[in-house]
Design a protein around this ligand. Structure first.
Ligand code: AMP
Length: 214
């Protein structure tokens, strides 16, 4: 199963991707996670990407397209994957289609998770992540037992620089600029589904499963 999750920052793509990974045993391929790791490791890719990410902008298409092409060749992607945060532009979508054609593969489902703007702001500003294991928390909706400490591994929780209020607005603007075209690109092929991303995580996951198993 090859799946694309679309949606604005804070829609819950990463959360749903983790649940899909667990149920269907296919890897989550998140360009955001790959880029954040590269930034933390100070690799040449990370050094290049950091300024775009800190500003809430998009890393250039050719850079992320290269990342995805390499990642999809890895053996764990043979029986499928969930793309989370890629593609974000029509150029990326076109490059992906071309690459998949070469691999004689195609995308089975594109799921767009739709969430209202005010809800997104609440979600993003309260989001905290563990530096050590990557576990996600939320100050209001899913707070850690001990302030600033990961329940799972005891690691330190931090707020992503790009989840700070001033950068969030820039990320939304970038999303709005790209998403209409991107959704229209995928809605032409009949495998596009839009679901409401509000309610409990389980409710949303049930909607995702209904799409995947329809
Ligand atoms: P995310 O975790 O998906 O919100 O991504 C965090 C940041 O990484 C984004 O704000 C972008 O700067 C960068 N990024 C992630 N995925 C992409 C992509 N497909 N195209 C361009 N930039 C990306």
């Amino acid at each position: 199963m090859r799946l694309i999750l679309l949606g604005p920052p804070g829609a819950g793509k990463g959360t749903q991707a983790k649940l899909i990974t667990k149920k269907y045993n296919i890897p989550q391929v998140s360009t955001g996670d790959i880029l954040r790791k590269a930034v933390a490791d100070k690799t040449p890719l990370g050094i290049k990407a950091k300024s775009y990410m800190d500003a809430g902008g998009l890393v250039p298409d050719e850079v992320v397209i290269g990342i995805i092409e390499n990642r999809l060749k890895e053996s764990d992607c043979k029986s499928g994957y969930i793309l989370d945060g890629f593609p974000r532009t029509t150029a990326q979508a076109e490059a992906l289609s071309k690459n998949l054609k070469k691999m004689s593969a195609e995308i089975d489902h594109v799921i767009d998770i739709d969430v209202d703007y005010d809800e997104l702001i609440k979600r993003l500003t309260g989001r905290r992540t563990c530096r050590k294991c990557g576990e996600g928390f939320h100050l209001s909706f899913n707070p850690p037992k001990k302030d600033g400490i990961c329940d799972r591994c005891g690691g330190e929780l931090y707020q992503r620089d790009d989840d700070k209020e001033e950068t969030i607005y820039k990320r939304f603007k970038v999303y709005q600029e790209q998403s209409t075209q991107l959704k229209s690109y995928y809605s032409k092929n009949g495998r596009f589904h839009s679901i409401k991303g509000t309610g409990s995580i389980e409710d949303i996951f049930n909607k995702v499963v209904s799409v995947l198993e329809a």
